[in-house]
Design a protein around this ligand. Structure first.
Ligand code: HEM
Length: 298
């Protein structure tokens, strides 16, 4: 296979009907590492919205079992990608997500914003660091894919185009990003986890953290109270990723598809897993509601 063969294949696909196959080619074959990185960094963006970061902190899951949360998120979403929304695995995944989300008081606006991070951040990552950017046809296919996922998650008033999602994301972040100590704890915990991912685990932790901060924009860093990295560190980190992208132009495309379960950073299930057993099984609201009588005693 030649370098542009997969792009030639997505060119032949119709974004409105073939969005699942197109997303599979992009996320599992053409750009598995880049899209995984983009979505891992997108997690931080979602934490920086206090209503999201606070809830994730209050369940205790991202601070106590961060590896499992990371793995379950990837595996649940990947089952939809691999098998399709209409498959048994895809339906089990959506059911699991809807059960979890249904246990909490989550606004449609927050759901829509998180969906927008899935649509927009891979496109922006690949524009900056990919061996090639996505084509307009691929961007349209990916947008259709996430709109369809959003429809199954009962998310209302979704934008209809990529540009609509990008506008929504930028405006939501401008309006909502701000500091919250719980969100910061969730971000710290996720960053610690990323330092343990192979091959990051071979490098000194401060170096990996400096690299990660360098990929975050100032608005995001400010929301967590993280220090802005020196300009030279930022330039070196981003430059290294761009150089990787340029180098990859000379490599042939991947012939076998690579799904989340094949990634070395997914480590919770060496003996395998069933999709309907992934995720959490919440029994109630994690936020402590203090009764007026207890408040009076305090
Ligand atoms: C399109 C939007 C979203 C998608 C695709 C999504 C996806 C997922 C997935 C795959 C899981 C299961 C992974 C696991 O076990 O950790 C999960 C769990 C969870 N999600 Fe979402 N999510 C979305 C939006 C949101 C929003 C907006 C919030 C909060 C405001 C949220 C809060 C949670 C919580 C609390 C859990 C249970 C795990 C925990 O306690 O941390 N999600 N989500």
């Amino acid at each position: 296979m030649k370098r542009y063969d997969l792009r030639a294949r997505t060119d032949q696909l119709d974004p409105e009907t073939d969005y699942e196959e197109m997303s599979r080619i992009l996320a599992a074959q053409e750009f598995p590492w880049d899209i995984n990185q983009a979505l891992s960094f997108a997690l931080f963006r979602t934490y920086a919205v206090p209503s999201i970061g606070k809830l994730l902190f209050s369940t205790g899951e991202f601070t106590d079992r961060v590896q499992k949360r990371y793995d379950d998120t990837s595996l649940i979403l990947d089952a939809v990608l691999e098998h399709g929304l209409g498959s048994d695995q895809g339906r089990s995944s959506v059911r699991r997500m809807n059960q979890m989300h249904g246990s909490y008081d989550i606004s449609n606006d927050d759901m829509r914003y998180v969906l927008a991070t899935f649509v927009v951040t891979p496109v922006r990552w690949l524009e900056s660091y990919g061996w090639r950017p996505l084509t307009p046809n691929e961007i349209a296919g990916s947008t259709f894919y996430y709109r369809e996922l959003g429809r199954h998650m009962n998310i209302k008033d979704m934008p209809t185009t990529y540009d609509g999602f990008a506008k929504l994301l930028d405006e939501y972040e401008r309006e909502h990003f701000s500091f919250d100590p719980g969100a910061r704890a969730v971000a710290d915990s996720t960053l610690e986890l990323m330092c343990t991912f192979p091959p990051n685990n071979l490098a000194p932790k401060p170096l990996i953290k400096a690299f990660a901060y360098s990929l975050m924009d100032d608005h995001l860093l400010e929301a967590f109270g993280y220090k802005r990295p020196p300009a030279v560190v930022r330039a070196l980190s981003r430059g290294a990723l761009k150089a990787r992208g340029r180098l990859l132009r000379f490599f042939p495309p991947r012939t076998a598809r690579k799904f989340a379960r094949d990634l070395p950073n997914i480590r919770s299930y060496p003996a395998g897993y069933k999709v309907d057993q992934l995720g959490t099984f919440p029994t109630g609201c994690p936020v402590k509601h203090v009764k007026p009588s207890e408040q009076a005693q305090a």
